[in-house]
Design a protein around this ligand. Structure first.
Ligand SMILES: [Ca+2]
Ligand SMILES: [Ca+2]
Length: 194
C-alpha cells in the first residue's frame, strides 16, 4: 500500500485535486441529480473546497474525478443533506473523518452503510423528514465528539459499538445525550432560545 492509502498517513486535503473533483462532479450531477446540483453550484469557493473534500473520499482510484458508480456513492451521502451549504459541508467533512473507520481518507462500502444509518437517525433528530439539516449535523458532530472517548478524531471499534446501540433505540439515545453530553445539551438549549 502506498503512502496515500496508509492508515497512519491519511490523504491530506491539500493533496486532493479539489477543482477537478468538483468541476467534473457538478457537470455530471446537473444531469444525474438536478436538484442536488442546484445547491452545489451555488456554493462559494470555500464551500466548493469542502465539497471537494467530501468527493475525494469516493475517488477510490485517485484519478481526480469520480466515475458513475463513485458518483452514486457520493450522492448517497450528499443527497441526505438538507440544502447543502458551505457550513453544512464543513460539518459533513468533520463527521466523515470520524466515520472513516480505517482512517484511509476513503469511504468504503461498509463505512458508507454505517454513515447512512447514522444520517438516517439524525434526519429525525430535530425535523421529521429524510434529510439532515445543518442543525442536525451539529447534533451529530456533538455526539461523535462525545463518543470519541480517547479523542483521536476517529471512531475506534469500541466507540462504534456505542453508536450501534444508539441506532437500536434512537429516541432513548438522544434523550440520554441531552443529559450526558454538554455539547449536545448546549445546542438544544440554543435552539430552544430562538
Ligand atoms: Ca475508510
Ligand atoms: Ca476514538
Amino acid at each position: 500500500m502506498d503512502a496515500r492509502g496508509h492508515p497512519k498517513r491519511p490523504l491530506e486535503r491539500k493533496g486532493l485535486p479539489l477543482d477537478s473533483l468538483v468541476e467534473s462532479f457538478l457537470k455530471e450531477t446537473e444531469e444525474e441529480s438536478p436538484s442536488l446540483a442546484k445547491y452545489l453550484k451555488a456554493l462559494v469557493p470555500h464551500g466548493r473546497n469542502e465539497l471537494g473534500g467530501v468527493l475525494g473520499r469516493f475517488d477510490f482510484q485517485h484519478r481526480g474525478h469520480l466515475n458513475a458508480e463513485e458518483r452514486l456513492l457520493a450522492r448517497r451521502v450528499l443527497g441526505r443533506l438538507h440544502r447543502p451549504s458551505s457550513a453544512g459541508l464543513v460539518l459533513t467533512n468533520q463527521i466523515l473523518d470520524y466515520l472513516d473507520l480505517n482512517h484511509n481518507a476513503l469511504l468504503e462500502p461498509k463505512e458508507i452503510e454505517f454513515c447512512i444509518e447514522i444520517l438516517e437517525m439524525f434526519a429525525r433528530a430535530d425535523s421529521d423528514n429524510d434529510t439532515v439539516s445543518e442543525y442536525e449535523l451539529e447534533l451529530l458532530y456533538a455526539v461523535l465528539r462525545d463518543t470519541d472517548t480517547n479523542d483521536n478524531r476517529v471512531l475506534d471499534a469500541h466507540e462504534k459499538e456505542l453508536l450501534h446501540e444508539a441506532l437500536e433505540s434512537p429516541k432513548a439515545f438522544l434523550q440520554r445525550q441531552r443529559v450526558s453530553n454538554p455539547r449536545f445539551a448546549e445546542l438544544i438549549t440554543k435552539r430552544q432560545a430562538h
